[in-house]
Design a protein around this ligand. Structure first.
Ligand code: GTP
Ligand code: MG
Length: 411
């Protein structure tokens, strides 16, 4: 959260965009190139890295601008995500460069989890690979459907339009099966800087946007102010006689005097004061994205994990529900074992009641009689929790539903 100069605690708007795709398909190179070609690197950084490469006797890679860890440079792969701040005339961006290696899938998911848009890279020479499909599927599970596909390394195939159209048609077919429509397919050479920030002469047959133009074509998600009010309690602080309930407004808005209900306890209370930190004026209302605290006119006992809403717009409270799960645990997800479900500030013991369908997230092969879920696969299943859990359906309020795909810890 940044203070945005107007005395409000609302975050400054910037688009979070993640770059995903199979290992070595050129994600870090593309980001390095984009920074370099738009003059966004700090003064002297490019020369500094080139000098180090020369001293160490290795060829310069644009990816080194991102992969700063020694281990990453030695192996030529990205291990952890890095975040790059970038600006166009239109707006500011946080670009998240995710790793493509299967072993670091968890870092990819973390990087993509709260992004609003994504570029998915496919190497023109290697074509669609395992993680090209799996990453596409994960984006869909995370509710991130604002995706453009970049077909990189066109220099390796002589900028041949046939290669481009073949990959475009193959990957479009895959995206169709999971219900995603790409905004565009952009043929580029990240290494040579073709169609990244500048249009060069190599591919006159391509009339679409460059990568840089694509960024500005992505649509900003509006703050979910118009949705029902949801406030998962993070902590309860006691000052004198007052109890202050602290957390982040995930959606909707409230004002002093509003009547709240807390789920799952079903206790009710009326907002007396809204407290905010480091602002000149005490606010009388709050909206999505703000971290606030408030006190109630009467003291009631509620704890971290409960979710506040307005009385006529309550969330779902249940102990049994269906979910799509992407499993990242080493050990299979199985029936009969206890897991912890984490959703916003809730942590609840749970178990699998039924596996409905298990899907290989790369081939989309479906198994209906398998009752375990292996690492990196997806399942539609029914979960039973030991206490009531509070959530909304993905289609209605994404923020209190979206993390359902990555919320397990085995215990
Ligand atoms: P991970 O993060 O490990 O998944 O890899 P990555 O997708 O970030 O790939 P990276 O940018 O590290 O590039 C991998 C290799 O591909 C490097 O040797 C790059 O120089 C090379 N490469 C990237 N883009 C291009 C391109 O447009 N053309 C050619 N010929 N090589 C490229
Ligand atoms: Mg990389």
């Amino acid at each position: 959260m940044e203070e945005n100069g107007s005395g409000s605690t609302l975050p400054i708007r910037q688009m979070r965009m993640v770059i995903v795709g199979h290992v070595d398909h050129g994600k870090s190179t593309l980001v390095g190139r984009l920074m370099s070609d738009t003059g966004s690197l700090p003064d002297g950084k490019l020369d500094f890295i080139k000098e180090i490469c020369e001293r160490q006797g290795k060829a310069f890679e644009f990816a080194f601008l991102l992969d700063a860890l020694e281990e990453e440079q030695d192996q030529g792969i990205t291990i952890d995500t890095s975040q790059i701040y970038f600006k166009t005339d239109k707006r500011r961006y946080v670009i998240i460069d995710a790793p493509g290696h299967k072993e670091f899938l968890k870092n990819m998911v973390t990087g993509a989890a709260d992004a609003e848009s994504a570029l998915l890279l496919i190497d023109a020479y290697e074509g669609v690979q395992e993680q090209s499909r799996r990453h596409g599927y994960i984006l869909k599970l995370l509710g991130l459907t604002q995706v453009a596909v970049v077909i990189n390394k066109m220099d390796l195939v002589g900028y041949d339009p046939e290669v481009y159209f073949k990959i475009k048609s193959e990957y479009t077919e895959f995206l169709n099966t999971i219900g995603v429509e790409a905004k565009d397919f952009i043929p580029v050479s990240a290494k040579n800087g073709v169609n990244i920030a500048k249009r060069e002469d190599e591919m006159p047959w391509y009339k679409g946007p460059t990568v840089l133009e694509m960024l500005d074509l992505f649509e900003e998600k509006s703050m979910p102010n118009h949705l029902p009010f949801r406030f998962p309690i993070q902590d309860v602080y006691k000052f004198d006689e007052r109890r202050i309930l602290a957390g982040r407004v995930e959606s909707g808005r409230v004002k002093v005097g509003d009547k709240l209900v807390f789920s799952p306890s079903n206790k009710k209370g009326v907002i007396k004061n809204i407290e905010a930190w480091s602002v000149p004026k005490i606010p009388t209302d709050a909206e999505a994205g703000q971290s606030i605290g408030f006190s109630l006119t009467e003291q009631i006992f509620v704890e971290r994990g409960e979710v506040a809403s307005l009385v006529d717009e309550v969330p779902i409270v249940t102990t049994m529900f269906d979910a799509n799960i992407f499993w990242m645990g080493k050990r299979h997800l199985e029936k009969g074992r206890k897991y912890t479900l984490k959703l916003n500030t809730q942590e609840i013991p749970c178990e699998v009641a039924e596996f409905k369908k298990v899907i290989n997230a790369s081939t989309l092969e479906t198994l209906t009689d398998q009752d375990f879920l292996a690492k990196n696969d997806v399942a539609e299943l029914t979960l039973r929790t030991h206490y009531p859990v509070v959530f909304d359906l993905f289609g209605s309020i994404p923020t209190s539903a979206r993390n359902l795909s990555s919320l397990f810890i085995a215990s």
